[in-house]
Write a protein of this length. Structure first.
Ligand SMILES: [Zn+2]
Ligand SMILES: [Zn+2]
Length: 222
């Protein structure tokens, strides 16, 4: 009796099934890895929005060359009249940040290093100001998908962002998600940033720091 044939086919069947399982697992791991990286890039964009917002609120003054008219003065105006940003056309409101992010992606492209990671990061960072704008707009005027994303806590909503607009405007600097702000505020991350950079760059608008021995109103260049 010849048993080699069926046995061999059985082994081949098993190894084929094993191979398919490995492929399935690799595919699932790939999806899980991509999802984690995607969320990490989203959070990184939110973190960068917070860093830049902290710098806009803290460093320099309205009359500081270049920095003042571009960032410090518009932010001072935004604190005193938050809804005024809605009177500016959304294209004008977003152009600087979108331009910077497109520029960043192009630099990576020129050096042959443009990957989906860079594109996703540039997209989330480039849309941060629009997300901020959404959080100041009346809910009824928002597109339905934005309201849904806000309700799902994927995007920051007005209620969360309003925490930053309460004087003295020292918390909730991140403007994209509601996830990072509670963590960064709890570990006093922004106060560490004050301690590290205000003695170097100065913070003429931060009267709350006047009593600190390390406070400097003017930066090292003044
Ligand atoms: Zn602010
Ligand atoms: Zn705001």
């Amino acid at each position: 009796m010849n048993v080699e044939g069926p046995t061999r086919f059985g082994e081949e069947g098993l190894s084929l099934e094993f191979g398919v399982r490995i492929l399935e697992m690799t595919f699932l791991l790939e999806i899980a890895y991509t999802s984690v990286v995607f969320v990490a890039l989203y959070l990184l964009a939110d973190f960068v929005s917070g860093l830049f917002h902290w710098a806009e609120d803290t460093l320099g003054a309205d009359d500081t060359p270049i920095w003042g008219p571009l960032f410090a003065a518009p932010n001072s105006r935004h604190h005193s009249d938050p809804s005024a940003m809605l009177k500016i056309h959304w294209l004008r409101n977003n152009s600087l940040l979108v331009g910077a992010c497109v520029g960043l992606a192009m630099v990576f492209w020129v050096f042959g290093a443009l990957t989906w990671h860079v594109v996703v990061f540039a997209f989330f960072t480039g849309t941060a100001q629009q997300v901020h704008r959404f959080s100041h707009a009346p809910s009824a005027r928002l597109p339905r998908f934005v309201r849904l994303l806000q309700r799902m806590h994927v995007l920051q909503d007005a209620r969360h962002h309003w925490g930053h607009h309460r004087a003295p405007h020292l918390t909730r600097y991140c403007v994209v998600t509601p996830w990072l702000n509670p963590v960064l505020d709890r570990i006093k991350f922004w106060r560490v940033m004050d301690r590290l950079f205000v003695p170097i760059f100065g913070a003429p608008r931060r009267s709350d720091l006047c009593e600190k021995p390390w406070y400097r109103a003017q930066g090292f260049w003044a």
